[in-house]
Ligand binder design. Structure first.
Ligand SMILES: [Zn+2]
Length: 112
């Protein structure tokens, strides 16, 4: 009786340890999802394939890299930025606002 109870306890501990290891294993993917990374899928795949410690470390490092999006929150895209009231033409390629008489973008050379 006591032996059966001990076995059940051991099985429970093993299951709990497996779950814990699984959670720790997917830490890189969880970080990537939490930080709303654009490349969650490749990080997840690398995490999944990263059975070796090297792959796991790469996935973790990738998840922790800073993207430009993190720094520019709520910044409107250059293409949708409003043209100033003084007049001017917004470049369809880079968003640079040049004089309305300009035929080419001063920033990238695109035809206005
Ligand atoms: Zn341009």
């Amino acid at each position: 009786m006591t032996n059966e109870l001990a076995d059940a306890g051991k099985a429970f501990l093993q299951a709990a340890l497996c779950i814990l290891l699984l959670i720790v294993y997917f830490v890189p993917t969880m970080i990537a999802v939490r930080r709303r990374k654009r490349n969650v899928t490749p990080i997840f795949i690398l995490n999944l394939l990263g059975c070796t410690t090297v792959g796991w470390v790469i996935a973790l490092a990738w998840a922790l890299t800073v993207e430009r999006v993190d720094l520019e929150t709520n910044e409107p895209d250059a293409r949708t930025r409003a043209v100033p009231s003084g007049g001017g033409t917004s470049c369809g390629r880079c968003g640079h606002i040049g004089e309305s008489s300009a035929r080419f973008c001063a920033s990238c050379g695109w035809a206005m």
